[in-house]
Ligand binder design. Structure first.
Ligand SMILES: Nc1ncnc2c1ncn2[C@@H]1O[C@H](COP(=O)(O)OP(=O)(O)OP(=O)(O)O)[C@@H](O)[C@H]1O
Length: 438
């Protein structure tokens, strides 16, 4: 095999012995290989539905094929568009290099009224781990810089104590690693990795809530580290009390130290972030364009970064022809995309009911008449495509069905759309009607 593309081709050939050609064509046609790192194979897929299906259903097949080829275990990552541009842009994607990267330090973090407590606490922890705030619990919405602060802490601790055992993990990866370690009989190694760390950084800890075995393992990890004076920093999208599925004993422990929140930045902070990021990307932005972005992209910093990356691509594409007017047109296009209308599940169900002439209760219920089942499956499909709801949350909309049932429905709709053009047209029409509701 000469190239990474050959490796991927070889993986697909191996999948063909277990999966049908149709399955492979359906789910893998938009997947491309990005790179192979020391311990991870990195793919890209723009289609978020296909990406999540592959992650849910075919990850083990891919990993097994890679193991056959390389005789060692490789992680598999599938990047979406945003992650891909971050990968090629300022953000390195390898946890090892991220922790050492200069992109996510205290120096590159812009401080404003909405994050200054979190920033000060993170600095205090990085300067004197386990002395003041243990654990440090940082919470807030997505894209507001929580992960950035974790990396900044790691970066500073690493500079002062190169020998420190710093472990960074995402909450859901902690679960995945735990399961894999049990399956492979490597539980002792798993425990050692976490319980011997001098600094444990867990990003998005909310994902362990509701998972019994993970919570049990994390409880013991927490106690071991805490009792031996090692620093723990956790981030989450909400405070511990709002994690309804989190065990009480963890909830109280998470509140032992300091809890700080990060909120969306105000205009001045957004402007400073834009200028900083533009400088990092080597882009010269006229003041009116910076203000234009800061006025319009208000929800989170990830949006702002996405906008800057697009501007960069736009400039690369058009070179010198990019004048102020062209740039502001591009920014407006991006804003339109960011402000895209996201319908609620109830609205989608309302449209489905109208189209199929059935009641909402029937669609959400258990009836198995053919038309009703088609209406229900189509509703699930559209909710998945048009909103950010997870399979589990979609299941909840339909009488607490579990995620495998939802996945099966999505499969059915996809199949039917391919085999029945009239049905595909119907789905398109309902989608247009919902979008026109705006
Ligand atoms: N105050 C800030 N100054 C500079 N960059 C920031 C700031 N806040 C966020 N960013 C940047 O925005 C991007 C998203 O931030 P980050 O990944 O840290 O968010 P998060 O809160 O961890 O989101 P999630 O909960 O989705 O993981 C990163 O590239 C980060 O560097």
């Amino acid at each position: 095999m000469n190239s990474i593309a050959d490796v991927w081709k070889n993986v697909l050939d191996r999948l063909r012995s277990q999966l049908s050609e149709t399955t492979i064509n359906t789910w893998f046609d938009e997947v491309e290989v990005v790179t192979m790192e020391d311990s991870a194979f990195v793919l890209h897929c723009s289609n978020s539905f296909k990406k999540s299906t592959i992650e849910a259903r075919f990850m083990s097949h891919i990993k097994a094929a890679l193991k056959d080829i390389f005789s060692s275990d490789l992680e598999v990552k599938i990047l979406d568009d945003q992650q891909l541009s971050a990968y090629h842009g300022v953000a390195p994607d390898r946890p090892g290099s991220l922790l050492e990267s200069d992109a996510f330090t205290f120096g590159t973090y812009v401080v404003g009224p909405q994050n200054k407590m979190a920033y000060a606490a993170a600095r205090a922890v990085a300067e004197k781990p386990a002395e003041h705030y243990n654990p440090l619990f940082i919470y807030g919405d997505s894209g507001l810089g929580k992960t950035h602060l974790l990396y900044a802490i790691a970066h500073q601790v690493r500079q002062r104590q190169p020998e420190a055992r710093i472990v960074y993990i995402k909450g859901d990866d902690f679960t995945n690693e735990l399961i894999a370690s049990i399956r492979e009989g490597k539980n002792a190694e798993f425990r050692e990795k976490y319980r011997q760390s001098t600094l444990l950084l867990v990003d998005d800890i909310q994902f362990i809530a509701g998972k019994k075995q993970t919570q049990e393992e994390f409880f013991h990890t927490f106690n071991t580290l805490y009792e031996s004076g090692r620093q723990i920093v956790l981030t989450s999208d909400r405070p511990p009390r709002e994690m309804t599925q989190l065990e009480d004993r963890l909830q109280t422990r998470f509140e032992w130290g300091l809890m700080v929140d990060v909120a969306p930045p105000d205009f001045e902070t957004r402007l400073a972030i834009i200028k900083n990021k533009a400088a990092l990307l080597g882009v010269q932005l006229p003041d009116d364009i910076s203000s234009f972005i800061a006025e319009n992209l208000t929800a989170n910093v990830r949006q702002i970064e996405g906008a800057l990356n697009k501007l960069l691509a736009y400039r690369d594409l058009l070179g010198n022809q990019v004048d102020g007017e062209a740039v502001s047109r591009a920014v407006k296009d991006m804003l339109k995309k960011y402000n895209e209308f996201v319908p609620s599940p109830s609205l989608i169900i309302e449209y489905i009911c109208r189209y199929y002439d059935v009641d909402e209760e029937q669609v959400r219920g258990q009836g198995r008449k053919r038309d009703l089942m088609e209406a229900r499956q189509t509703a699930m499909y559209l909710i998945r495509r048009m909103t950010n709801l997870s399979l589990n949350d979609i299941g909840k909309e339909f009488g607490d069905r579990d995620h495998t049932t939802v996945l099966h429905s999505l499969d059915q709709v996809e199949k039917k759309m391919r085999s029945d053009p009239a049905y595909a047209e119907k789905v398109k029409e309902i989608t247009t009607n919902i979008n026109n509701k705006k």
